[in-house]
Design a binder for this molecule. Structure first.
Ligand code: HEC
Ligand code: HEC
Length: 446
């Protein structure tokens, strides 16, 4: 219950929030909407697949310590109520582990779990590979994720996933009413990894996702359930639960910077921000407003693979399906034309949501403000926080070390790979160093 208490503290005073929000959180923690991924026996044997010296260390450790090591390796966080469970998976009465929305959408910063913070450590591909090895040894059948990962990459850098393409691939197996199409046409998929956005932005947006094309609504949140085991009747049955989950997400507040701030410098930074950044990102504090502005690709100039990965037909098929109430929800969108680029996101709680940009290619806000200094390759520590540069504590290199085992390679962000460029968003070039320092201080306060 500890996390629920934090949530209640966050939403205190917002009457509409409490009841619906609490039950939304309970659903996220306890409801298995997908078939189970693995069981406790598999989870407890994962260490047997690890490289040395980790494996010998795990062998000597107590079972509790071994579980902690496993959670650390896969980017999971122990449930404060029961550290043998991970917050990101639902554990059933028989010991089954099932991925939930929280797998990608619940993480920690500087070692502290914060509701609605994306999981920037999630090692889904490594977890799935190692689960498969254990299942072979234990003669257990493969699940949908074990099979899926043979067909699609799940995520080539820890903390980011190919989630958009999972959705595209699954949606091509459905008609507009979510009936399953037995023989879908063959298709190409543009695989790429994305950094999940903070959930506390949900209530500020009308259109979801980097390119803002999807009208928000509880049904849109249900795309993650599109596995073949869930027919159209399941979606109808679970609709009301997703209204409650949406209620919980809508009530989330951004976390406050927990360390000292130079208030005078931040105030100076506010002025610079209002002149150079607010036209896209909005204003903050009392009376603040968020314009939800679409910025054309040639102006923003960040990595374009995410933009190109969806066809206009795919976008409109989603909006014209059950998920968008057959096109009705689109009426509520601010940007109703086909997207021309990416929407400038709200920056509340931005200090907590490193890495930055839609693909998670930039490790700190300082690097956002100094485009020419962005590392071409970097590796983060598990929970180290860089208070000076505001973001992840990293080691930078010209390239990741050669010939790393795949699990370790995924701990590096390599901006030379497709979909992973850290270029673009050169707007801070208009600022001098003193102005950049002031804006950095101001960003801590949002
Ligand atoms: C495998 C990782 C993963 C899982 C699991 C997942 N998401 Fe996401 N989610 C993402 C990514 C990545 C994006 C960003 C997609 C984009 O911008 O194109 C996203 C975007 C969103 C957004 C849009 C936020 C915004 O500001 O645009 C919402 C809301 C959301 N997810 C809710 C959910 C819910 C509810 C579930 C469970 C039913 C879920 N997600 C499961 C990865 C995931
Ligand atoms: C012309 C519009 C525009 C201006 C001006 C602009 N930005 Fe942005 N900003 C964007 C867009 C669009 C994105 C998303 C780009 C992406 O993810 O590829 C973005 C992303 C960001 C991000 C990363 C957000 C995240 O969640 O990862 C930060 C931080 C940011 N901007 C700060 C600033 C600051 C500070 C300024 C002023 C110096 C500024 N921006 C000026 C459009 C703008």
């Amino acid at each position: 219950m500890a996390l629920a208490l934090i949530v209640v503290a966050h939403v205190g005073g917002r009457a509409r929030a409490s009841e619906q929000a609490d039950s939304g959180w309970e659903l996220l923690r306890s409801r298995a909407y997908l078939p189970a991924d693995f069981d406790q026996e598999v989870f407890d044997a994962l260490w047997t697949t690890w490289p040395e010296p980790l494996r010998s260390r795990a062998e000597r450790a107590s079972p509790e310590e071994r579980r902690r090591m496993a959670m650390e390796r896969y980017g999971l966080d122990p449930d404060p109520d029961d550290p043998s469970r991970a917050l990101q998976y639902v554990r059933g009465a028989t010991g089954s582990w099932t991925m939930s929305c929280l797998a990608c959408h619940q993480g920690q910063v500087a070692g502290k779990v914060i509701p609605g913070l994306p999981n920037s450590n999630y090692a889904l591909e490594t977890l799935t590979e190692e689960v498969r090895l254990v299942k072979v040894k234990q003669r257990k059948p493969f699940g949908h994720m074990d099979m899926g990962s043979l067909l699609l990459p799940l995520g080539t850098t820890n903390g980011t996933t190919n989630a958009v393409i999972f959705g595209v691939a699954l949606m091509r197996h459905r008609d507009a009413d979510l009936n399953i199409i037995q023989r879908p046409p063959r298709f190409d998929l543009v695989h790429h990894d994305m950094d999940a956005p903070a959930w506390w932005h949900y209530r500020r947006r009308a259109g979801l996702y980097a390119d803002g094309f999807a009208p928000k609504g509880h049904r849109m949140l249900m795309q993650f359930l599109l596995v073949k085991e869930n027919g159209p009747e399941k979606f109808a049955e679970w609709e009301d639960e997703f209204r409650r989950i949406q209620g919980w997400i809508e009530a989330l507040e951004p976390p406050r910077w927990p360390w000292a701030v130079d208030a005078a410098l931040a105030e100076q930074g506010r002025g610079v921000f209002e002149n150079h950044c607010a036209s896209c990102h909005g204003t903050y504090g009392p009376g603040g407003s968020y314009p939800e502005r679409m910025v054309a690709l040639d102006e923003i100039d960040t990595d374009r693979v995410r933009f190109d990965s969806l066809t206009q037909k795919e976008r409109s098929d989603l909006n014209e399906s059950w998920f968008g109430h057959r096109g009705r929800d689109v009426e509520r969108l601010k940007n109703r034309e086909p997207p021309t680029g990416y929407v400038a996101p709200p920056l509340d709680g931005i200090w907590a949501t490193a890495p930055y940009l839609h693909n998670g290619s930039v490790p700190t806000l300082w690097h956002v403000l100094h485009p020419e200094e962005r590392p071409t390759a970097w590796q983060r520590t598990r929970s180290g926080y860089d208070q000076a540069r505001v973001g992840l504590e990293i080691t930078a290199a010209a390239a990741p070390p050669a010939r790393l085992p795949s699990a370790e390679r995924r701990s590096w962000f390599d901006t030379s790979k497709p979909g992973k460029s850290a270029a673009g968003h050169d707007f801070p070039a208009a600022l001098d160093d003193a102005e950049k320092a002031a804006v950095l201080e101001y960003l801590k306060t949002l």
